[in-house]
Design a protein around this ligand. Structure first.
Ligand SMILES: [Fe+2]
Length: 406
């Protein structure tokens, strides 16, 4: 709205007009000129004051109207849905909300998901009665499909604290919900794939376990001592691994490696492997080859490739006196050192065809000397002593026959 302000020239003209009228009256009434001039000035000032008041009022109304229009335009164009409601009656909706859901009474509630509608009604009633704000998720049917909103309701009160209406802001979060649902769907797909992979892995592990047992039994046929010995070495080794806090992967390698550590005996001629009397130096050299035979067998099986160090080096000693490679100190992998300790312990405490087994205490005392002289690993030995004290020795199965302490 525009307004034409009263100009100074208009005031002057009006003043002259009043002065002329006053002058005419003065001549007609035969009065003094000064009264005529004063009359014109006073009338001009009074009229100017009245017009100024009117002008100020019109300007104020104009600014208020403009502000109201700008506010409505701003609210209408907000990128959120906005409506005011009281007693279930929609009092106001902004343009954004009207475009999506109309402004007819009840239109909002008819479009809402039934469950969300019930929760919204409860929240609105509580906001009106207790003047409490609320927030909730709403799902509404729209032309483009289901629209998801994050709704925030806030009671609006007058200066006396009485409720005027509840103002509800609705932010369209449909893209985020769709993205979230898509991520969830992908997660479910990944979980399903993982489940299938784990099932396949379990199947592979069962097959490998069967293969390991078959390999060990093949050795057992040649040397009945080895089967019981390998199982006990496996159990002692796993106990030590658990005692030392090895990872699940290390424990698995240790478990399989210990079980098959003597699998290379399958390549040793029976007349040497089963010889009841003392071996000649040359025969002993042949027996030593079981570490290399075993490593070669295991290296050809992917799953057991990490077990190769245990199989090849379980007879190595830290001072370099072992075989087949005379490794020294840290060159011997730790898992191989663990099996070296458990292998010696079980060999000493098992029946021999040429001697009686030593007691657990005696075996540990003899082994402690090997630790002190730098042949066996101290950490693995201390762990063995601990687990044997805690769990006891694994009993030897009746009927096991020691053919050779390898
Ligand atoms: Fe061995």
């Amino acid at each position: 709205m525009s307004l034409k302000l009263p100009s100074t020239r208009r005031f002057v003209l009006m003043g002259l007009a009043f002065a002329t009228i006053g002058g005419g009256l003065s001549i007609y009434l035969d009065g003094p000129w000064v009264i005529v001039v004063l009359f014109g000035l006073v009338m001009t000032m009074l009229l100017s004051a009245v017009l100024q008041k009117e002008h100020d009022l019109i300007v104020a109304i104009d600014e208020h109207t403009q502000a109201k229009q700008e506010y409505r335009a701003m609210v209408g164009q907000l990128p959120i849905g906005l409506f005011a409601i009281r007693g279930g009656k929609v009092l106001f909706t902004n343009e954004n909300w009207t475009k999506s859901h109309g402004d007819e009474e009840g239109g909002l509630f008819e479009r809402l998901n039934a469950l969300d509608r019930e929760q919204l009604v409860v929240a609105l009633e509580r906001a009106e009665s207790d003047l409490l704000p609320f927030s909730m998720t709403l799902r509404a049917n729209a032309i483009v499909g289901t629209v998801h909103y994050e709704a925030y309701g806030s009671p609006v009160t007058d200066s006396e604290g009485k409720l005027r209406h509840v103002l509800v802001f609705c932010v369209d979060v449909t893209p985020f919900v769709k993205a979230k649902n898509e991520v969830s769907r992908k997660h479910r797909e990944v979980d399903e794939k993982n489940y299938q992979l784990n099932a396949a892995l379990r199947q592979v592990e069962r097959s490998l376990e069967t293969m390991v047992v078959t390999m060990v039994r093949a050795v057992e046929v040649k040397d009945p001592y080895t089967a019981g010995h390998s199982s006990r070495v496996r159990q002692y080794s796993v106990w030590i691994g658990e005692q030392l806090g090895l990872s699940p992967y290390e424990l698995r390698i240790l478990s399989y490696g210990a079980l098959i550590h003597d699998v290379g005996k399958i390549g040793i001629p029976d007349d040497i492997l089963l010889k009841p009397s003392m071996l000649s130096p040359m025969e002993y050299e042949v027996i030593k080859l079981h570490t290399i035979h075993g490593a070669n067998i295991v290296a050809d099986i992917d799953f057991f490739r990490d077990c190769v160090p245990i199989v090849r080096w379980h007879h190595e000693r830290l001072d370099g006196s072992g075989y087949p490679d005379a490794l020294v100190g840290d060159d011997i992998p730790f898992l191989a050192r663990v099996v070296a300790v458990t292998d010696v312990f079980d060999a000493m405490t098992s029946n021999r065809s040429y001697r009686q087994p030593v007691s657990c205490k005696e075996a540990l005392e003899i082994m402690s000397q090997d630790v002190a002289s730098g042949r066996l690993d101290a950490i693995a030995f201390d762990a063995l002593r601990s687990v044997v004290a805690e769990r006891g020795m694994i009993p030897q199965i009746d009927g096991e026959v020691d053919r050779r302490a390898a």
